[in-house]
Design a protein around this ligand. Structure first.
Ligand code: KG4
Ligand code: ZN
Length: 351
């Protein structure tokens, strides 16, 4: 079954064709980063307008690259939750129209579950359920037990900011660039992660032992910038950055990144200990982080599976991939299905 997958939940306008949930025939991602970069964050109104302008061309390119006409598509899968409502609406409306016009099945899927599915697109030997999921993106940080592609139990989540959001906000305050995760990761390669000591949240015991928090770290890193500024008010700054030239931006990036990763790992390792699960599957934009990957690979007692970089960020292939499994079970969404900014219904809060 050849499934067209459409993803417009945030700032990537993406479409892909995947056969039988595994074989990626095409994967087109049109990023809006240059349009949001001047604002150091996603502007919802710009995002939905760009999706409206681009969606037709992106889907056409995905079909062309797969060597297919619309009639070669057997079903359509689309993200309808969670995300920016105005952005979700564009992909969802397009997907409905495509399915209705061609009279083919249509399924609306959860973006975060699709991130967890992403590694299965590339592996000959995908991990068996159950496993521990680490879902880390710009809007979510979720540690979960996955019993199937559509059955997760949330063990831990963030009590404030998401992991990717912390990277983006720190980068914004320091003027490092946008989006922050990739920029900080790159800067940190040549930095000293021990140069600054930033605090870990006090969540390692009791009901919060698998939860994470980023607001304290974010505030500490931002306060550090204010200290720099106060110390050398009016002094020179490194070009394009708010960090004074006498401080290495790389050291700030590396110290922040190491602490951000340690926060995730502490909760994740608590979850591994509590559940006895030793296979970890990572997904979402932050799963591209080189420090996170290196730290997890070091744990020889755990089997860590990461999606290839092209499937870490938002993409249509993961939507088509997970969509296939619902469709193969005979599930369909009604054309009346609506987008949803947030998701409810999981055991623990899934913000
Ligand atoms: O999954 P994703 O593409 O979109 C959402 O669903 O949110 O994740 C985007 C997030 C952004 O916050 C971005 O800064 C972060 O992933 N990110 C990274 C890296 N690459 C992207 N964070 C840390 N290290 C990276 N290498
Ligand atoms: Zn995402």
């Amino acid at each position: 079954m050849k499934v067209l997958g459409i993803e417009t939940s945030c700032d990537e306008c993406a479409a892909a064709v995947v056969e039988d949930g595994r074989k990626v025939l095409s994967n087109v991602v049109a990023t809006q980063i240059p349009f949001h970069a001047p604002y150091s964050g996603v502007v919802p109104e710009i995002a939905s307008r760009k999706h409206t302008e681009w969606i037709y061309a992106v889907v056409k390119e995905a079909l062309d690259k797969a060597g297919l006409e619309p009639k070669g598509i057997d079903a359509v899968a689309v993200t309808n939750r969670p995300g920016l409502l105005g952005s979700l609406l564009v992909g969802l409306s397009f997907a409905k129209a495509f399915a209705w016009a061609r009279n083919i099945p249509f399924i609306a899927v959860d973006h975060m579950l699709a991130h967890l599915y992403a590694p299965r697109l590339a592996l000959d030997d995908p991990p068996e359920y159950p496993f521990l999921g680490l879902l880390v993106s710009g809007g979510h940080s979720i540690i979960c037990r996955a019993d199937n592609f559509d059955n997760i139990t949330v063990l831990g989540t963030t009590i404030d900011d998401a992991a990717g959001e912390a990277f983006d906000k720190v980068a914004k305050y320091y003027g490092f660039g946008y989006p922050g995760g990739a920029v900080i990761d790159r800067l940190a390669q040549s930095g000293d992660s021990g140069a600054f000591r930033f605090p870990l949240p006090n969540l390692h015991k009791g009901e919060h032992r698998c939860d994470v928090s980023y607001s304290g770290l974010k505030t500490a890193v931002i306060n550090q910038l204010e200290l720099f500024v106060r110390k050398r008010r009016g002094g020179e700054t490194a070009s394009g950055s708010a960090v004074p030239s006498w401080t290495r931006a790389q050291d700030i990036a590396a110290s922040f990144q190491k602490t951000a990763v340690d926060i995730l790992l502490r909760a994740l390792f608590n979850a591994a200990g509590d559940t006895g699960l030793s296979t970890i599957v990572a997904g979402g934009g932050v799963a591209a982080n080189s420090c996170l990957r290196a730290c997890l690979v070091e744990r020889k007692d755990l089997h860590c599976v990461f999606p290839p970089l092209e499937f870490c960020g938002d993409n249509g292939a993961m939507i088509a991939g997970i969509g296939y499994h619902y469709l193969a079970r005979g599930e369909r969404s009604p054309l009346s299905v609506t987008p949803s900014a947030r998701v409810t219904g999981f055991k623990k809060k899934y913000p």
